[in-house]
Design a protein. Structure first.
Ligand code: ANZ
Ligand code: ZN
Length: 873
C-alpha cells in the first residue's frame, strides 16, 4: 500500500501552475455550441489584502462555476478590480505615494493571493476600472445619457464647510459642524451632476417582481428605497401677493380624503418659498433664524419620529381649495425639502405629527373621518385617528366611506383645476459628481461663450492626469492642475475649462459585468454579439450591504443601456445570493483587542495571561478579531480554507470561525487522501463498476446505493438551493461508507467489489472537486485517470440504484393464506409483522391482541398465530 502523505502546499502549487499553463478556465469569445452560464462575484476594492470575507465570497462563486462547467456549460467566470475611490487618495496622502502606484501594487498583491485560492477565473478577461481603457466607455455612455436627457447638472443645497472649502456628505456633518475642522457647516447652492434614475422608478419597482431568484429581503429593501406612494397633488392659493411668488403652493398627499380637515400648511425650512413668504412680515426674523438653525441640523434627527415637532408661523395664509378656509402657513422641522414638493397640507385630527404640532401651537383640529361605532371629539382625542371610516365635515362627501373618498376628492379637485391624482417616489436622482481626484473625469468643458460643452467622442478618453498634488486640503485636486483644466472649447475654439469633478465610483461598478463579456473590445463598452452570448449574469454573489446602492444602480444602468441599444436584457442579474459574514470571538487583554492568532485556549501566548473573551462579531480590523487567510492557507492549504468556509454554514448565514472546524476540514481532506492514495496503484488498474448490479454482493449493492444517493443529493444541493454545506456533508458520509465497504469487502481479489470501490472513490473525488479542486486533481491523477477532473462531466446518478430492493411474502394466519405483503429486502421481523397486520384481511383474523407466535420464513412467508382475544366490553 502507498502511504504518501498529504502535502497541500505541493499539491496546490502544482495544479495552479497546470491550470494556468493549460488555460483551463479560459472562455472562448462568442462562438461555441454549449449553453452559457455567467457566474459573477462582486469585484473587490483592491485594498491590498485578502480577508476571510473574500475567501468566502469567491469560494462560493467558484463552486458554482466549477459545477456548471462540469455540467456542460460554457462558464464565464471573470475577476477584476473596483480600483477608483477615496482610500487610495487617503493612503497616498498618509504615505506620500501616488494613488495610481498604491492601487497597482495592491492589485498585483491581491491577484497573487487570489491565485493561491485556486479560483477558476478566466484571468485573460481581467478588468481594472482606473485604466483609461476601461473608463473611456463610461465617459462615452455618459455623453449618450447627456444627449438623452438622462444626465443633467443641477444646483442644490449641499453641506459646505467654509474652512475646508469643500462639500461634505451628510455623514460628515456632526452636530452641525465639520467632522474634520469643527467649523459650522452651512448650506450652499452648488452644481452637481445627476443621473435621472427617477425616470426608471416605476420600472425598477415593477420588474423587481420578476426577480424571483433574488432574496426577498433584498427585493423589499429596494422596494422601500424606491418608496412608491399613490396620492394626489393639490394646489393651494396664497392669500396675498408675495414678492417672488407666482402661482399656488403645491403639496403631495396620500390622504386627499382628509382635505376638508386641513387647517394649516407646513413647509420645509429649505423650501424656496419659506423665506420669501415671511419677508416683510412680523415673522421674518423668526423664520430666518429657524431656517438657518434647521440648515445645520441632521436630517435624521429632524425626521426621528420621537423628535420634538417644532416650527414657526411664516406670517402668511393659504386657501383650502375645497372649503375656502383661510389656513396659516408654517415652516416645520419634520418636513423634508426633497420629498414630494417639500410642502405638506396638515390635517391634525388624522396625522400624528400634525396632531402634535397643532397641539403645541394651538392650531384648530377638525375631525373629517369618523370610525365606525365611535364619535371622535377633538376636545378629548389623545392621538390622531389614522384609520378608515365615514367622511364628515366634508361638504358633499359626508357619509362617503373614506376609502372611496380619495377618488371622490380628487375628482372634485380635477373639476376645479386644483389638483390631480399623482404618484410620488422616495427615490431621488443619483448624484454622481464628487470633488475628488481618484475617479473618472467627467467629460465636459465649460466655455464662456458656449456654456457647458460635451467633449467630442473622438477626443475620449479624457485621461485623469497623474501629476497632481494631493494635500488633503480643500476642494478638487484637479482644479489645481492648470494643464488639465485649461483646454479649448470644442465648439468655438476659444479657451475653456474642464470639469474638475470626477464620477462616483458606483458608476464603474454599474457596468463592469458587461465589460467582462468582451474586455478588450475597441468599438464600445461591450460587443453586441458577446453581450447577447453572455448576458444576463446567471448567478451573482456578494454582500447584503449592497442591497440598495450598487444593486439598484446596476439595474438602472442596465435599463438605460437597453434603451440606448447597448444591451438586450432588462435585468443584469438573474439570480442573486447574498452571503453571510465571517465572524469570530473577540479577545481583550487590559482593554486592548488581541488577535486570535496570539491566543491559545483562552491564554495570551506572549504573556501567558488569560484573555477576556467577548462576543462573536464580524471579523473586523477595529476589533482585531480577524484571521489572516494567507497564514491559514500556508498552514492547511487553500482546499481546507475553502472547505471550511463552505461547510461551516449555508451561504446566506453567518459563519462562526472555529479552529476546531478548520482542523476538522483538514482531517476530512486527509481522510479522503488516504482513502484514495493507499490503494491508488490498485484502483488505477480497476475500471469503475459499470454493470446492472445483479452480480454484486449485498454489501457492494448497499455501497453503490450510497454512491448514487450521494450524487443525487450533492447535485441537487448545489444546483437547486446552493446548499453547499449539506452537499459537503453528503460527501463526508460517502467517505465513511467507502471506508466501511473497503474494510468489509474483498478488494484485493480484484472482482466486482474492487470495481465498486473504484467507482466510489472516483465519485468522491469528482463530487469534491468544486469545493477542493487541487486535491481532487491530484487524486484523479494518482488514481490513473486521464486528463483533469475538470475535463470530465459531472456524474449522473443511476436512478435504478436509488430504488430499495423489496421482497414479497405470503401472509398466513394460523397457517391459512390471507394476503401478500411487499417489504424492503432488509426489513426485520417486527417490520414485516407490522406491515402484514396493517392489511385489513389480516387484521380481521389476527385481532388487536398480541399474537401468540409469529414465524417468518425469510423471502417466503410470515405466519401469525393470534393471541387470546381481548374481552369484549
Ligand atoms: C395630508 C395627510 C393627512 C397626510 C393624513 C397623511 C395623513 P408617504 O406615505 O411616505 O408618501 N408629506 C408629504 N411631503 C412631505 C415632506 N416633504 N416631508 C414630510 N412629510 C411629507 O407620506 C406621504 C404623506 O407624508 C403625505 O400625506 C404628507 O402628509 C406627508 F391624515 O398629507 B399627508
Ligand atoms: Zn465655446
Amino acid at each position: 500500500m502507498n502511504d504518501a502523505p498529504y502535502r497541500p502546499s505541493e499539491v496546490e502549487a502544482k495544479w495552479q501552475a497546470r491550470w494556468d499553463s493549460q488555460g483551463t478556465f479560459e472562455v472562448p469569445g462568442t462562438a461555441g455550441d454549449k449553453p452559457k452560464y455567467y457566474v459573477l462575484e462582486m469585484f473587490p476594492y483592491p485594498s491590498g489584502n485578502l480577508h476571510m470575507g473574500h475567501v468566502r465570497n469567491y469560494s462560493i462563486g467558484d463552486v458554482v462555476a466549477r459545477f456548471k462547467r462540469a455540467r456542460g456549460y460554457e462558464v464565464l467566470h471573470p475577476m477584476g478590480w473596483d480600483a477608483f475611490g477615496m482610500p487610495a487618495e487617503n493612503a497616498a496622502i498618509k504615505r506620500g505615494t501616488h494613488p495610481a502606484k498604491w492601487t497597482k501594487k495592491n492589485i498585483a498583491q491581491m491577484r497573487d493571493q487570489f491565485r493561491l485560492l485556486g479560483l477558476s477565473y478566466d484571468w485573460a478577461r481581467e478588468v481594472t476600472t482606473c485604466e483609461p481603457d476601461y473608463y473611456r466607455w463610461e465617459q462615452a455612455i455618459f455623453l449618450d445619457l447627456l444627449e438623452k436627457g438622462l444626465a443633467y447638472k443641477k444646483g442644490g443645497l449641499l453641506n459646505w464647510c467654509d474652512s475646508c472649502l469643500t462639500v461634505l456628505a451628510n455623514e460628515q456633518v456632526e452636530d452641525g459642524a465639520c467632522w474634520r475642522c469643527g467649523s459650522i457647516v452651512t448650506q450652499r447652492e452648488l452644481q452637481q451632476w445627476y443621473l435621472r434614475i427617477t425616470d426608471y422608478a416605476e420600472e425598477l419597482l415593477e420588474s423587481l417582481k420578476t426577480l424571483d431568484g433574488w432574496p426577498s429581503a433584498v427585493r423589499s429593501q429596494q422596494e422601500t428605497w424606491i418608496g412608491k406612494s399613490v396620492g394626489a397633488s393639490i394646489l393651494f392659493d396664497i392669500d396675498a401677493d408675495v414678492d417672488g411668488i407666482d402661482g399656488p403652493l403645491e403639496v403631495f398627499t396620500t390622504r386627499p380624503d382628509t382635505l376638508y380637515g386641513c387647517t394649516y400648511m407646513s413647509l420645509a425650512p429649505e423650501h424656496p418659498w419659506t423665506r420669501k413668504l415671511a419677508a416683510g412680515t412680523e415673522q421674518e426674523a423668526a423664520v430666518v433664524a429657524f431656517a438657518d438653525r434647521m440648515g445645520t441640523t441632521e436630517k435624521a434627527d429632524r425626521m426621528d419620529e420621537k423628535a420634538e415637532k417644532e416650527g414657526v408661523f411664516t406670517g402668511r395664509f393659504a386657501i383650502n381649495p375645497v372649503n375656502g378656509r383661510r389656513i396659516p402657513i408654517y415652516t416645520a422641522n419634520f418636513v423634508l425639502a426633497d420629498y414630494g414638493t417639500g410642502a405638506v397640507m396638515a390635517v391634525p385630527a388624522h396625522d400624528q405629527r400634525d396632531f402634535e404640532f397643532a397641539g403645541k401651537y394651538g392650531i384648530e383640529k377638525v375631525v373629517v373621518i369618523q370610525p365606525e361605532g365611535e364619535t371622535l371629539d377633538v376636545a378629548t382625542m389623545e392621538a390622531a385617528f389614522t384609520g378608515v371610516g365615514a367622511m364628515v365635515n366634508s361638504g358633499a362627501h359626508d357619509g362617503t366611506a373614506s376609502t372611496d373618498g380619495k377618488a371622490a376628492v380628487i375628482g372634485e379637485l380635477e373639476a376645479a383645476g386644483k389638483g390631480s391624482a399623482t404618484v410620488n417616489y422616495r427615490l431621488r436622482d443619483w448624484g454622481v459628481s464628487r470633488q475628488r481626484y481618484w475617479g473618472t473625469p467627467i467629460p465636459v468643458v465649460y466655455c464662456d461663450a458656449c456654456g457647458m460643452v460635451p467633449v467630442p467622442r473622438d477626443q475620449l478618453p479624457v485621461v485623469l492626469p497623474l501629476d497632481v498634488e494631493l494635500t488633503g486640503e480643500a476642494g478638487s485636486p484637479l482644479a489645481k492642475n492648470p494643464a488639465f483644466v485649461n483646454t479649448t472649447c470644442p465648439t468655438c475654439g476659444e479657451s475653456a475649462q474642464r470639469e474638475t469633478d470626477t464620477f462616483d465610483t458606483f458608476m464603474e461598478s454599474s457596468w463592469y459585468f458587461l465589460r467582462y463579456c468582451s474586455p478588450r473590445f475597441e468599438g464600445g463598452m461591450v460587443d453586441g454579439d458577446a453581450e447577447r452570448r453572455f448576458m444576463a449574469v446567471d448567478q451573482y454573489i456578494g454582500g447584503a450591504e449592497h442591497a440598495v446602492m450598487h444593486l439598484l444602480y446596476a439595474r438602472f444602468y442596465t435599463k438605460a443601456l437597453r434603451d440606448l441599444g447597448v444591451v438586450h436584457v432588462d435585468e443584469p442579474f438573474t439570480r442573486l445570493l447574498t452571503q453571510g459574514m465571517v465572524c469570530h470571538e473577540t479577545y481583550q487583554l487590559d482593554g486592548e483587542w488581541v488577535y486570535p492568532a496570539d491566543v491559545e485556549d483562552g491564554v495570551h501566548k506572549a504573556t501567558g495571561r488569560p484573555v477576556d473573551v467577548g462576543r462573536v462579531e464580524k471579523m473586523a480590523k477595529s476589533r482585531n478579531n480577524t484571521v489572516d487567510p494567507l497564514a491559514m492557507i500556508a498552514r492547511y492549504g487553500a482546499d481546507t480554507a475553502r472547505l471550511f468556509v463552505l461547510f461551516a454554514a449555508p451561504p446566506p448565514k453567518d459563519v462562526m470561525w472555529s479552529t476546531a472546524g478548520v482542523d476538522g476540514s483538514f482531517r476530512f481532506l486527509s481522510r479522503v487522501w488516504r482513502l484514495a492514495v493507499r490503494r491508488a496503484d490498485q484502483l488505477a488498474t480497476v475500471a469503475p463498476y459499470d454493470g446492472d448490479g445483479s452480480d454484486l454482493s449485498t454489501a457492494a449493492r448497499d455501497f453503490r446505493r450510497s454512491i448514487h444517493t450521494t450524487i443525487e443529493r450533492v447535485t441537487h444541493d448545489i444546483d437547486q438551493r446552493l446548499q453547499l454545506n449539506t452537499a459537503i456533508a453528503a460527501v463526508m458520509e460517502l467517505v465513511n461508507e467507502a471506508y466501511k465497504f473497503d474494510a468489509s469487502a474483498d478488494i484485493d481479489a480484484g472482482g466486482t467489489d474492487a470495481a465498486v470501490l473504484s467507482e466510489g472513490v472516483e465519485i468522491v473525488v469528482r463530487l469534491l472537486s468544486p469545493f477542493a479542486p487541487h486535491i481532487a486533481d491530484e487524486l484523479w491523477e494518482r488514481l490513473g485517470r486521464e486528463g483533469l477532473v475538470e475535463d470530465v462531466a459531472w456524474p449522473e446518478h443511476d436512478a435504478a440504484m436509488l430504488e430499495v430492493d423489496t421482497v414479497t411474502l405470503a401472509v398466513q394466519v394460523k397457517g391459512k393464506r390471507r394476503a401478500e405483503v411487499t417489504v424492503p429486502a432488509d426489513a426485520d421481523k417486527a417490520a414485516i409483522e407490522a406491515a402484514a397486520r396493517a392489511i385489513p384481511n389480516v387484521a380481521k383474523f389476527v385481532g388487536d391482541a398480541e399474537p401468540r407466535r409469529v414465524i417468518v420464513v425469510p423471502g417466503r412467508l410470515i405466519n401469525i398465530i393470534p393471541g387470546t382475544p381481548l374481552p369484549k366490553s
